[in-house]
Ligand binder design. Structure first.
Ligand SMILES: NC(=O)c1ccc[n+]([C@@H]2O[C@H](COP(=O)([O-])OP(=O)(O)OC[C@H]3O[C@@H](n4cnc5c(N)ncnc54)[C@H](O)[C@@H]3O)[C@@H](O)[C@H]2O)c1
Length: 293
């Protein structure tokens, strides 16, 4: 199933998200909160989700933003690594929402610094589990929900420039590997969900394929892109700041400073909304030129 090009949308509305709900995982964090508010300001309702509860003052701000823009903010507590149960919970959540889920910003992520030779295996696994498996499980649950509602959608999987280059001055092998994996997960999911009938008919039987003869159903396309931020000033980078690393990072990009969470509002809105209607399977790198230097 393909969708016609949205050529008649006025230019001023290319970033609008009216009449849809966007799922923001990691929605209690710095980036999730900031882009979530931007979505509320652009006409979309937001289902914030995180394993932690949002800070009371932050949630008050979010409610103020939604009231001022006649949009709605919801909160759902969920550990991304357990999101396989999520489609079931959706039966309850769906009734609260005004509009179908048509977007995802997958922000939930963790990092951890250790030299590779000493990296505890359980911590390495946890980082990959949250950043890669958690992102996949959330994306899949949201895709299934979009398929059930028979709607088009757009997903933004938050990766990092650390998926393109190793971080200078800080040893974070599992984080970097997990973010590189997000780039490839993006391409793979974009290929599957953009136009499902593109796939060769039939499937080879195997453990992952218990029903190889089942026909694939056609669904409206879901676009999937990743967003790769450079260094952002958030609580995650606080410790590095105290060690003087921020000064080094500032010198490593072409703009001579690190970024603020607000600078990812427009890139996220662009990827979610019709402005990027012909963009899928791509990575949008927003890093002050760090990787180009
Ligand atoms: N801060 C940076 O410099 C930077 C740079 C590039 C990319 N990123 C990426 O941006 C995203 C957001 O980062 P941030 O700076 O806002 O960090 P943050 O710590 O403020 O937010 C991350 C959120 O993810 C949540 N989370 C962690 N594990 C979870 C799980 N298992 N299930 C559900 N929620 C979980 C946390 O509770 C937190 O609220 C992350 O994916 C991060 O890797 C950050």
């Amino acid at each position: 199933m393909t969708c016609p090009a949205p050529v008649h949308i006025p230019t001023k509305d290319l970033f609008r998200l009216d009449g849809r709900t966007i799922f923001v995982s990691g929605g209690a964090g710095a980036l999730g909160t900031t882009v979530g508010k931007a979505i509320l300001e652009s006409g979309g309702d937001v289902l914030f989700s995180d394993m932690s509860l949002p800070n009371v003052d932050t949630w008050r701000e979010i409610e103020k933003t939604s009231t001022a823009n006649r949009t709605k903010a919801f909160y759902y507590q969920l550990n991304a690594t357990e999101a396989d149960h999520f489609p079931k919970s959706f039966d309850t959540i769906r009734n609260m929402l005004r509009f179908p889920l048509r977007g995802l910003v997958a922000c939930a992520g963790i990092s951890g610094e250790c030299d590779a030779c000493d990296y505890p295996v359980d911590v390495f696994r946890k980082i990959v589990d949250v950043n890669l498996m958690g992102t996949f499980l959330i994306a899949r649950a949201v895709a299934k929900e979009m398929h059930t509602a028979n709607v088009t959608g757009s997903m933004v999987l938050v990766a990092s420039m650390s998926g393109w280059v190793a971080n200078k001055g800080i040893n974070t092998a599992p984080y970097n590997a997990s973010k590189s994996a997000i780039h490839q997960l993006t391409r793979s999911l974009a290929a599957e969900w953009g136009h499902p009938q593109n796939t060769f008919p039939g499937r080879t039987p195997g453990d992952a394929n218990p029903n190889p003869d089942e026909e694939r159903k056609p669904y409206p396309p879901i676009r999937v892109n990743s967003l790769s931020p450079g260094h952002i000033e958030t609580p995650i980078t606080d410790a590095a700041k105290q060690r003087g690393l921020q000064e080094h990072w500032e010198k490593q990009n072409m703009l001579g400073r690190i970024s603020q969470p607000e600078e990812y509002r427009a890139p996220t809105l662009f990827l979610l909304a019709e402005g990027s209607s012909f963009m899928t399977g791509a990575d949008l790198r927003v890093d002050g030129g760090h990787c180009a230097w």
